[in-house]
Design a protein around this ligand. Structure first.
Ligand SMILES: [Fe+2]
Ligand SMILES: [Fe+2]
Length: 184
């Protein structure tokens, strides 16, 4: 499926504000890909699809994640996490994406994980630093992300951990593993 077709199909599934975020993530991901010698087209495709399941009802998300046996065990955590594995499934089943690297970048864009590929790192950080984000500290994350992909992931993951712990939210094991992995 062409990037333009993916774009218009994704637009149909998301509220306008969320779709605008997706376009900003796509531009940021392309920019990071160019900066670090990765394929901008793959980055764009993964970014366009990363939140494709974001507007789906909770129960549908649960069913989708259960359909593959919840291998990452996200269902025990906040439902905000569920759209990532569900999005990877939709990308594969409904958009015909066969590139495992793209599917994994979608699957791990919220939790992160240890040993992320360059493309996974690009989508994970682009999602956090896109120009519409304005949380305190985002500027430092932007700077780190433009110096190196692993540095960007390290900074973003540390930020996420503090944010989640600060509001007494659960921390997915993949996020902890991502954080520990980012220290070396
Ligand atoms: Fe997301
Ligand atoms: Fe997103």
């Amino acid at each position: 499926m062409e990037a333009e077709t993916i774009k218009s199909e994704v637009e149909k599934r998301l509220p306008a504000g969320r779709f605008a975020h997706v376009l900003r993530v796509a531009n940021t991901a392309e920019e990071l890909a160019r900066l670090f010698g990765e394929d901008p087209a793959r980055a764009r495709t993964a970014a366009l699809l990363h939140d494709v399941a974001k507007a789906m009802p909770k129960e549908e998300l649960r069913e989708m994640v259960l359909s593959e046996g919840d291998p990452q065990k996200v269902l025990g955590f906040h439902h905000e996490l569920w759209h990532a594995p569900a999005g990877a499934l939709i990308a594969e089943r409904e958009f015909g994406i066969a590139d495992r690297g793209i599917l994994n970048a979608i699957r791990f864009h919220t939790t992160g994980r240890a040993g992320m590929s360059a493309l996974e790192q690009i989508i994970y950080t682009a999602d956090m630093i896109e120009p519409g984000r304005d949380f305190p500290g985002v500027e430092a994350l932007r700077e780190e992300s433009r110096k190196s992909l692993s540095g960007g992931v390290a900074a973003c993951t540390a930020h996420n951990l503090c944010y989640l712990a600060g509001k007494r939210a659960g921390i997915h094991p993949d996020t902890l593993a991502c954080y520990n992995d980012s220290l070396h």
